[in-house]
Design a protein around this ligand. Structure first.
Ligand code: SF4
Length: 347
């Protein structure tokens, strides 16, 4: 099958769920080399700033404005074709806002990349994840589909995500994904209000057929800045780590249990592999990382290949980026420049 073979031929028969293995294979094949050409290892499409939920912690402040995104469906379709014509991408991370709001246009975008062999990592809140949509998603090749579930019951989740009925839809949607044989990752945000439910949450993820659960605290970004009561204390963070260790042992060989890495660690890792990925925002901006507020161009006005080959690598060594990375405190918070609260910075 042509559409499934392009990158598999390059990388061999790797387990796409094994992040370390994938990264090693990509490094070996030169995806992270200094020549920064195509194919690209990973690009994130933030399809829309709109969302059907209004979560209290939303790291990029989605779902609160009614302004039309500059990037239309047709722009995303054309950009996907452009990427394929220039050598393609190994993995496309699709997020938002809520990407399933794109309806059938989401599948048009995925089809273009899928036929070129791209692997997907789809991030959704699950609200629109009906059995029919889960069936439509079945044909693609995945790293994983991530569904966010923040409580073992609807009460906490619906209040945290500010929409009644959202827990039930996420749980049913997650089950439909796993039931279709797609690798399901549950993302679970831990706050002082649900920290004692981690064992039950892992049990719920396992019962839904998840291949992994990522349990992590909120980062100080976006709406968390106005809801700081949701951030963990040092003592609570220790409890989180302890609970994650216990559940790693409990589910060994059955389901992956991970703690999300710190923001600073993620940025330092990206700094070492500058061209391992970037984000295209709903306004067309090319951002170097979801957790770093630096923009190196806009695909609606600039040629993306030029941006990729001439700006991405060097941007990571700019003084502003290094200062931003070094400004995180011991609790992994950067109060000097809060991501998605202050405006983005062009470099
Ligand atoms: S966290 Fe996700 S689901 Fe919640 S408002 Fe933000 S984009 Fe929407």
């Amino acid at each position: 099958m042509k559409e499934q073979s392009k990158y598999l031929k390059i990388l061999g028969n790797i387990d796409s769920q094994n992040e370390k293995g994938v990264n090693q294979a990509l490094e070996k094949e030169g995806f992270y080399s200094k020549n920064q050409g195509f194919p690209i290892a990973s690009l994130q499409f933030e399809l829309t700033s709109h969302c059907n939920l209004a979560c209290k912690h939303c790291y990029n402040n989605s779902g609160i404005n009614n302004i039309s995104d500059a990037m239309t469906s047709q722009n995303w379709i054309s950009f996907s074709q452009y990427l394929v014509e220039h050598g393609g991408i190994f993995e496309c991370i699709i997020s938002g806002g809520e990407p399933l709001l794109f309806g059938n246009d989401l599948f048009k975008i995925m089809d273009i990349l899928h036929e070129d062999g791209t692997l997907f990592f789809l991030i959704t809140n699950g609200y629109l994840l009906t059995k029919e949509i889960a069936d439509q998603l079945r044909k693609y090749r995945y790293h994983k589909i991530q569904v966010s579930i923040d409580g073992v019951t609807s009460e906490y989740h619906d209040s945290f995500r500010q929409r009644n009925g959202s827990w039930k839809k996420a749980v049913d949607g997650a089950f439909a994904i796993a039931n279709n044989g797609i690798p399901l990752k549950i993302a679970h945000c831990v706050t002082p209000y649900n920290i004692h439910d981690i064992d039950d949450m892992c049990a719920l993820a396992y019962s839904l057929g998840a291949s992994s659960i990522m349990v992590g605290e909120l980062c100080l970004s976006g709406r968390a800045a106005i809801n700081k009561d949701l951030l963990l204390s040092n003592e609570q963070r220790e409890l989180l780590f302890q609970k994650v260790r216990e559940n790693i042992s409990r589910y060994k060989g059955k389901m992956g249990v991970k703690c999300s890495h710190s923001v600073k660690e993620g940025l330092e890792r990206h700094y070492k592999s500058p061209n391992s990925g970037a984000i295209i925002r709903p306004n067309g901006d090319v951002r170097i990382d979801g957790m770093a507020p630096f923009v190196v161009g806009n695909i609606l006005t600039d040629d993306f290949a030029e941006i990729w080959t001439k700006k991405i690598f060097d941007s990571w060594n700019s003084p502003q980026v290094l200062e931003f990375i070094n400004s995180f405190d011991k609790e992994d918070r950067n109060y000097s420049f809060i991501n998605y609260v202050e405006g983005d910075v062009s470099i």
